[in-house]
Every structure is written in structure tokens, then in C-alpha cells.
Design a protein around this ligand. Structure first.
Ligand SMILES: *[C@@H]1O[C@H](CO)[C@@H](O)[C@H](O)[C@H]1NC(C)=O
Ligand SMILES: *[C@@H]1O[C@H](CO)[C@@H](O)[C@H](O)[C@H]1NC(C)=O
Ligand SMILES: *[C@@H]1O[C@H](CO)[C@@H](O)[C@H](O)[C@H]1NC(C)=O
Ligand SMILES: *[C@@H]1O[C@H](CO)[C@@H](O)[C@H](O)[C@H]1NC(C)=O
Ligand SMILES: *[C@@H]1O[C@H](CO)[C@@H](O)[C@H](O)[C@H]1NC(C)=O
Ligand SMILES: *[C@@H]1O[C@H](CO)[C@@H](O)[C@H](O)[C@H]1NC(C)=O
Ligand SMILES: *[C@@H]1O[C@H](CO)[C@@H](O)[C@H](O)[C@H]1NC(C)=O
Ligand SMILES: *[C@@H]1O[C@H](CO)[C@@H](O)[C@H](O)[C@H]1NC(C)=O
Length: 479
């Protein structure tokens, strides 16, 4: 039944695209690669290849300085895009507006990351992107492999010990994974800025949420069709660009209504329709289906936790029947948040809950515009006044050591954060005899969501934190 619904959706979408047509003017920023666009606008542009510990080759783009300014500030800035996006996100809004250009104009050395599996990072030392093994990753691997490799590379190239990190959406999520699993990287971050931060996602109201019940089917279908790749930048997305979201007025209206607003939140004031061909020339840039399944699990379990393989495999991988939660106490890098009321992906309730659990907080800023949505952080008309000026101020202030909270570099981290969570379970397992163990694991395997038991405990935690959220809500500020 669900399967039929799912295929109907796909058919509907294809017919929808095929029945609409329009003519399209040539827009260079929509079809050129990121380094070429940067160069086209008169900025210096470099391309670097970073190899990760597990063999992926990532393309990193750099704008080492502004058009004329040759003076470097003290810290490089690393920008990390969100899910199914690419480094293009940071330049789509064009010179004067887009964050990458503005940072370069202000003397920063700007580095734009590309996570594994997207348009620019589809290469591996030994695996082919046509193999299932290649797509066997989620934001977890991006956090523990991609980010550390890229950060080390940038620091080595620039001969610095620290950098600024700015992440949009999943770009912040990967950061929290890195700092909780590989806490030594906290010290390499001067300050982190999260735009539309994502980690808890259970209040999400985006149309994407309604796909969660179909997660398993989507995974099966995609393994069959694409070996686990999701929305790679190919002919299909070019078609959307050309036919559904072209410059014809009716197409744009449909595109706005059915694609942009349903996914990211309705904003007819700040969303710049003129940018749409450029946005869709670069997005979707592809990721793995496993990444989406991992997010779907976070929605279902209301937790920020590692990938759930199912009980049997969890025991093998985690020595525990359920996946361990990411330990946010380990994320001690100084962090500032920017979030928006009309962000239906990074819901304010989820954002404030996440913020309240971080130990080193530089400030949480609610964008002072009620319609501001998830992608307005990148593409909106007034993004400079509304977001980037404050972001820039945060970076300038962070250059002064006394403004940054002291980080105790003797902190004892516990990376195996499942220790406490799984200790009781392991003890119980030891005392159980083999027969009962088999019976209980058989019963548990029958459950659709094996995490039920843990959700009860978390429910109380949520009620408690909801209280904190309510109080925190009015304390948010914007400078
Ligand atoms: C995917 O990775 C997990 C470890 O994260 C491993 O246990 C599993 O066997 C891999 N699956 C495939 C198909 O490579
Ligand atoms: C790197 O920085 C250190 C101190 O910050 C300096 O002593 C050294 O000369 C620098 N190396 C290069 C190659 O610039
Ligand atoms: C799993 O936990 C048990 C009990 O604490 C321990 O004896 C065993 O070494 C652990 N296995 C792995 C692979 O970590
Ligand atoms: C947005 O920018 C336009 C033009 O730059 C300006 O006229 C307008 O007042 C700005 N709106 C806000 C809300 O800042
Ligand atoms: C911790 O910080 C102190 C003072 O800043 C420094 O002397 C020491 O080497 C640092 N220790 C580590 C392990 O980084
Ligand atoms: C999380 O990390 C902190 C500090 O590293 C540690 O004290 C705490 O026990 C950890 N929590 C869990 C559930 O492992
Ligand atoms: C870290 O985990 C170990 C067990 O592996 C535990 O004995 C220790 O108390 C934990 N440390 C912290 C700081 O939580
Ligand atoms: C927040 O402030 C508004 C007015 O500024 C007030 O009406 C509302 O009750 C406050 N909410 C909480 C949870 O304190």
C-alpha cells in the first residue's frame, strides 16, 4: 500500500515536470562550476583535494582573499553546506550578498567544504560511485572523517592552529558529530557559527517529514535504482531547472508553491525568485539515502544518536541493542546560533533544545523577520542586514581572546558515550542465559521501531527540556 503511494508520488512528479515547458535564457552562474563562478566575479579561486581516512576524495574550494585585499586575518574561515547541497550555496547570492564573497572582502581566507557524495566529491581511492559500498555513509561519517580531514588540511596549508567554522543546516549537524566523537577537534575551532542548526529534528513540519513512514521503502527502491545515491546532480535535476522552475511566470509560481515553500517554509518577501535558476543549477547536489534514513530515525526517536542498524547489527557495531546518543557535553567549542521562526526544517523548539545542551554558548539569535525560512540564510534578499552583519561581528569579536570563554584543555572526554547508556543492558545480558536472550531478541526484532523502551525515558527528558525552552524563548536576542 505504502509502496504504491510512494511510486504514485514519483510518477506524479515526473508527469508534473514533463507537462510544463518554457524557454530559458543562459545564466552563467547556473551552469558553471563553483571555482569558475568565483573567478568569473573577479575573485581569486583555488581548488584543493582532501583525502579522508576512509578513502574519499573531497574537493574543497578556496577564496584566499578579496579582490584587492591581500592582507590575511588571523583565522581561516571554513564554510560547510547542508544536506543535498554543495559549496555553491555560499556563492549563489552573488558578490556583495553571498557570505563567501563578503568574508573574502573582509580579509578572511575562505574555505568551502564539499561533503562526500555530492557533485564535487564523488571520488574514492578504490570504490566506484556505482557501488553500494560507496554510498554506505550518513552525516556520521561526514562528521568523523570528512570534517577532521578538511580541517587538518586547512590548518596545515594556512599554518594556523585554529579556524572559524560556519555551518548551514546539516553543516552544523556534522560539526556536532565531529566534536562529540573526536573531541580533540574542539581545540581547533576558534568559534563555530550555526545557521539554521540541525541535530534534533522531531518538530520538523517540512513536507520531508511526511516521507518518514516510507523511509524503508525509499531505501529499498533506491538501492535497487541508484545503489544508495540520493538526488545526484544529473539530467533529472537539470530538467527541474529548465522546465519546472524556469523564468516563465507560471512555472516559477508552481515551483515556489510546490518545491520551495513546502520544503523550506513560505516566504514571499525575502525569497528571491530571480535566483531560482541558479539555485537549481547547483541543487540538489546529491548525498546518500543513508543520510536521509539517519535523519528519519532522529525524527522517529526524537534523539540525536548514531545510525540504527537494527538490534542484531547494533550489538555487533555498538555492543548495545540501540545506537548510542551523541554526547553533546563533549562539544565544548564556543558556538553561536542563528535561527528563524518560519524555518520548518530547523524548528525553533528543536534549535533551542539543542542550544540549551551545549556547554560553551556565545549567543542564540532569532532572525527578526517572521517569514524567514531555512534557505533564506543563504539566498534571501536582505540576508546581509538580517544575518551576515551579525555573523561578521561575532567573528571579529572572537578574534579577541578575552571574549571567547576559556576552554579547559584538561577536560576528560568520554567518546564511547554508550558506556553509561549500555552498561545496565550489558550487565543484564551477562546474567541472562542463552535461551532467554534468544527469545527476547526475537521479540524485539518484531518491533517496527526497536527503540521504544528508550523513548519512554526520553519523553520525560523532553518534557523537562520543553520547560527550559519556554523560558529560553524570550531570552533570545539579536544584536
Ligand atoms: C556499511 O557500513 C557499516 C559500518 O558503518 C558496516 O557494518 C556494513 O557492513 C557496511 N555495509 C555495506 C553494504 O558496505
Ligand atoms: C608557521 O607559524 C609559526 C608560528 O606561528 C612560525 O614560527 C613559522 O615560521 C610558520 N611557518 C611558515 C612556513 O610560515
Ligand atoms: C561488550 O561489552 C562486554 C561487557 O561489558 C565486554 O566484556 C566486551 O568486551 C564488549 N565487546 C566489545 C566488542 O566491545
Ligand atoms: C531590504 O533591502 C532593500 C534594498 O536593499 C531595502 O530597500 C529594504 O528596506 C530592506 N528591507 C529590510 C527589511 O531590511
Ligand atoms: C593546555 O593549556 C595550557 C595553557 O594554555 C598549555 O600550557 C598546555 O600545553 C595545554 N595542554 C594541552 C594538552 O594542550
Ligand atoms: C558525556 O560526556 C561527558 C564529558 O565527557 C561525561 O561526563 C558523560 O558521562 C558522558 N555521558 C554519557 C551518557 O556517556
Ligand atoms: C568514561 O568511561 C569510563 C568507562 O569506559 C568510565 O569509567 C569513566 O568514569 C568515564 N569518564 C567520564 C569522565 O565520564
Ligand atoms: C514572551 O514575551 C511575550 C511578550 O513580550 C509574552 O506575551 C509571553 O507570555 C512571553 N512568553 C513566555 C514564555 O514568557
Amino acid at each position: 500500500m505504502k509502496m504504491i503511494l510512494f511510486f504514485n508520488l514519483i510518477i506524479f512528479f515526473n508527469v508534473f515536470i514533463a507537462t510544463i515547458s518554457s524557454s530559458n535564457a543562459y545564466i552563467p552562474d547556473a551552469s558553471l562550476s563553483v571555482p569558475k563562478i568565483i573567478k568569473r566575479h573577479g575573485y581569486p579561486s583555488e581548488t584543493h583535494i582532501v583525502d579522508t581516512k576512509d578513502g574519499y576524495l573531497l574537493e574543497v574550494h578556496r577564496i584566499p582573499h578579496g579582490k584587492n585585499i591581500k592582507q590575511y586575518r588571523n583565522f581561516p574561515v571554513f564554510l560547510q553546506h547542508g544536506v543535498v547541497a554543495s559549496s555553491a550555496d555560499w556563492i549563489i547570492n552573488g558578490p556583495k550578498k553571498a557570505l563567501a564573497y563578503q568574508l573574502a572582502d573582509n580579509g578572511f581566507d575562505v574555505w568551502l567544504g564539499n561533503s562526500r557524495g555530492n557533485t564535487y566529491s564523488r571520488t574514492h581511492k578504490s570504490l566506484s560511485p556505482d557501488s553500494e559500498e560507496f554510498w554506505n555513509f550518513s552525516f556520521h561519517e561526514m562528521g568523523i572523517y570528512d570534517l577532521p580531514a578538511t580541517i587538518d588540511y586547512v590548518l596545515e596549508r594556512t599554518n594556523r592552529s585554529q579556524l572559524y567554522y560556519i555551518g548551514h543546516s546539516m553543516g552544523s549537524c556534522m560539526f556536532f558529530v565531529m566534536c562529540s566523537m573526536r573531541p580533540e577537534y574542539n581545540y581547533k575551532i576558534r568559534a563555530q557559527i550555526s545557521l539554521a542548526p540541525v541535530a534534533y529534528v522531531h518538530h520538523m513540519t517540512s513536507v520531508l517529514n511526511s516521507l518518514v513512514p516510507y523511509a524503508t521503502q525509499i531505501q529499498k527502491a533506491s538501492n535497487w535504482v541508484s545503489k544508495g545515491a540520493f538526488l545526484p546532480q544529473n539530467a533529472a535535476s537539470k530538467l527541474v531547472n529548465k522546465y519546472l522552475c524556469g523564468d516563465n511566470a507560471m512555472n516559477s509560481a508552481l515551483c515556489k508553491k510546490y518545491i520551495v515553500y513546502k520544503m523550506f517554509g513560505e516566504d514571499s518577501v525575502q525569497f528571491d525568485m530571480a535566483l531560482l535558476p541558479i539555485i537549481l543549477g547547483h541543487n540538489p547536489a546529491g548525498t546518500s539515502v543513508k543520510t536521509l534514513i539517519h535523519f528519519a530515525q532522529e525524527i522517529t526517536t526524537k534523539n540525536f544518536q548514531q545510525f540504527d542498524f537494527g538490534i542484531e547489527k547494533n550489538l555487533e557495531v555498538y555492543n548495545c541493542s540501540h545506537p548510542p546518543k551523541y554526547n553533546l557535553s563533549n562539544v565544548i567549542a564556543p558556538i553561536a546560533f542563528y535561527y528563524a521562526k518560519n524555518d520548518i526544517l530547523a524548528d525553533p523548539l528543536d534549535v533551542v533544545e539543542l542550544y540549551s545542551r551545549l556547554p560553551n554558548r556565545l549567543g542564540i539569535n532569532l532572525i527578526k523577520f517572521d517569514q524567514f525560512n531555512h534557505v533564506d540564510f543563504l539566498y534571501s534578499k536582505n540576508v546581509t542586514e538580517m544575518v551576515y552583519q551579525s555573523v561578521m561581528n561575532t567573528l571579529f569579536k572572537a578574534e579577541f581572546a578575552d571574549w571567547i570563554p576559556e576552554i579547559d584543555n584538561t577536560t576528560a572526554f568520554n567518546v564511547s558515550s554508550d558506556y553509561n547508556q549500555c552498561y545496565d543492558e550489558r550487565n543484564a545480558r551477562k546474567t541472562k542465559n542463552g535461551f532467554w536472550q534468544k527469545i527476547t531478541s526475537f521479540i524485539k526484532r518484531k518491533e517496527v521501531y526497536p527503540l521504544k523502551n528508550y523513548m519512554v525515558e526520553d519523553h520525560e527528558e523532553n518534557v523537562r527540556s520543553r520547560h527550559t525552552i519556554k523560558n529560553a524563548w524570550n531570552q533570545t536576542h539579536f544584536e
